[in-house]
Design a binder for this molecule. Structure first.
Ligand code: GTP
Ligand code: MG
Ligand code: ZN
Length: 318
């Protein structure tokens, strides 16, 4: 039985270049002057069709002109309505950033990431550190949320477990969607424009979005009692508006990442607390494994870098 799905998340460099190139040929100015054209936001994708929201809040199921490349949740686009609820996407606006999974683009134009973990399915540091490596390489701010905290037998143990992330500079929120613990506190932090919730299946991403946008009613699923693993309830990455401002993007849970495509330098960058010590390495190209006079290894020995973070780093770099 394969409960762990191996799905790599990567930066879609090649495809992006191609998209940009073909999109460059599109004359945005001319298209916007066309009376049929409207500016839209991609909400979600259903196979080859995209749900697009116009500026006035109407929804259109759109196909896309071939020459402009794929568009996904978060994309700002120009479309032309073909009916009261259908249309054709004719151009993409430039993206500020983009997130891909298994060579497939899944969301763009994100301002902040939230990594959601839970007491059940039990958080795993190896998995958390993989997510963080990817997030750090996007250069986006990232917060960590530990959900279902009411299930923890020993909360101080959980807090001690996550102190390694707090001392690395991450904001860590302990909450329970079920008992509403610290939900209001989290709300005050959701002030940037578009937030992407990511994390393993079953941790409560959709439940949290339902709590933050009460009228929404996204489908959530009980995690399997036997395996304590999630069941992959959310299948489409989709964007939701918060009534008080901003957007939340829900994504399907993935159980494991592969970072094959990342270089050693990118993996090092993924461990943000290594940075102050890297300058103390004797060799400029030190990968902090076997080299003598390594600032990172010295910091591990002195307790300034958490030994398990270093172990997870070694597991990724080899
Ligand atoms: N005990 C407890 N259960 C919760 C809490 N939050 C969510 N759940 C439950 O956890 C289960 C999974 O929640 P979902 O919101 O579907 O999880 P998800 O992260 O969206 O999962 P995918 O869509 O598969 O990625 C559901 O049965 C929720 O009711 C919580 O704070 N405490
Ligand atoms: Mg979900
Ligand atoms: Zn070193």
């Amino acid at each position: 039985m394969t409960l762990i799905r191996q799905q790599p998340w990567q930066f879609e460099k090649i495809q992006t270049k191609h998209t940009d190139k073909s999109n460059r040929k599109v004359d945005h100015f001319k298209l916007l002057n066309n009376a049929k054209s409207q500016i839209g936001l991609v909400i979600t994708r259903y196979g080859r069709r995209l749900l697009v929201e116009s500026k006035s809040g109407n929804l259109y199921l759109c196909t896309s002109r071939r020459n402009i490349g794929p568009s996904v949740t978060g994309d700002r686009i120009i479309f032309q309505a073909t009916n009261h609820d259908t249309g054709v996407i004719v151009a993409l606006f430039e993206r500020t950033n983009q997130l891909s999974q298994a060579y497939k683009l899944i969301a763009t134009n994100i301002n902040q990431l939230w990594l959601i973990v839970a007491i059940e399915p039990r958080y795993q540091f190896e998995l958390i550190d993989r997510y963080l490596v990817i997030a750090e390489n996007w250069g986006l701010p990232i917060g960590i949320v530990i959900n279902k905290i009411e299930l923890a037998r020993d909360r101080s143990k959980v807090k001690a477990d996550f102190s390694r992330y707090e001392s690395a500079g991450y904001s860590v929120q302990y909450l329970s969607v079920k008992t509403r613990l610290n939900i209001e506190q989290l709300k005050t932090k959701l002030n940037t424009k578009t937030q992407l919730f990511l994390g393993q299946s079953g941790v409560g991403k959709s439940s949290l979005i339902n709590t933050l946008i009460p009228q929404l009613n996204l489908r959530v699923n009980a995690i399997s009692n036997k395996t304590k693993l999630g069941k992959h309830t959310t299948t489409n990455t989709a964007l939701y508006h918060v009534p008080s401002g901003g957007n939340l993007i829900d994504s399907p849970g993935v159980a494991q990442f592969q970072l094959d495509t990342l270089t050693n330098a990118q993996i090092v960058r993924g461990f943000r607390e290594f940075k102050p010590f890297a300058g103390q390495c004797r060799f400029r190209n030190c990968v902090h494994i076997k080299e003598p006079d390594c600032g990172i290894k010295t910091a591990v020995k002195s307790g300034e870098i958490h030994p398990q973070r270093y172990q997870n780093y070694l597991a990724l770099i080899q």
